[in-house]
Write a protein that binds this ligand. Sequence first.
Ligand SMILES: [Zn+2]
Ligand SMILES: [Zn+2]
Length: 372
Amino acid sequence: MADKRDYYEVLGVDKSAGEKELKNAFRSLARKYHPDRSSEPDAEDKFKEIQEAYAVLSDDEKRQMYDRYGHNAPGGSPFGGFGGGSFNINLEDILGGDFFSSFFGVNSRRTRNRGNDIIIRYSVNLESVYQGTSEELTVELPTSCVDCNGSGAENGDIISCSNCGGQGKIRARQQVGPFVQDVIRDCPKCSGMGQLIKTKCKSCNGDGQQMEETKLRFNIPKGADDGTRLRMRGKGEPALRGRGENGDLFIELEVEQHDWFERSGADLIMSLPLPYEELVLGVTITLPHIDGTDLKIVIPKMTNSGETIEIRGKGLPRLRGSGRGDVVVLVKLQLPQKISKSQAKHLESNKPKYSDEELETRIKQDAKKRRQ
Ligand SMILES: [Zn+2]
Ligand SMILES: [Zn+2]
């Protein structure tokens, strides 16, 4: 703990700061770094540091000790000396009720008033993405129980929760590192609902939900990508006890790999291994394309391995915007698996001769071409 920062520095106040100034500094820093709220990566450590500094400086006796001895107060650990390892700051008092109510408000909106979202992964091939297709899928989805309207109670047999007095919230003390703080939590007995089921609905056993076979119809948008999500509003899980709106259902598309095309946005990339003779003499190749037509690839004579040929407008439709991408063919030299002895002899005697300068020129030209 040798590198402990100065408490005044932590709170960003003068040595002469008064009670009000300390409180204001603490309030604004605590709001910034509260671990439940802050997105700063070191929020929890920062928050502890701020709390510690404030706990000491806001207590006259501890502050005097600190002013005199710094972090090395007599009697061992300064924090053993300064209050038995725990600081009791009433955060709600200092930060204001609205800090917590807005925080818990966000929380409860998510957990109480709205059902969970559901994600279904759905596999499509590149052909469907090219054309844009209509799909139909039958799945089991949770829906509100018809017999209890999602409440989970038989004939509306619900009682107020005795643990929280029907409030759904309880006040609890929470240990954060060496500190104790007051927090308001969802009542664990009623999950924040404020109510308990007295007699469970027989159809859903108190869940308020039942699984139902559902037919989903949706369209694959042209040019959809791997990970594209289609949203079906309100088709997700019903809210707890039927009190609130349903979550959403997302269909997340998984685009299957094509046998030879790879995707780069709307472009379709493929490599085409060809023998030496065809690269030298040129060749026209026809492949079945994903739109069902023939894809004609013209390789001009004297095409080098590594050159690309673009076939405009034969790629995928653009998901946003109009038109289609291109097919990009990367030409590669495919050497034979093996050659005979006489072929090897023939090659050896026909090996082209060139100087070091000629080689350098060739390398330079190739590099220049690559950069274009
Ligand atoms: Zn039911
Ligand atoms: Zn309760």
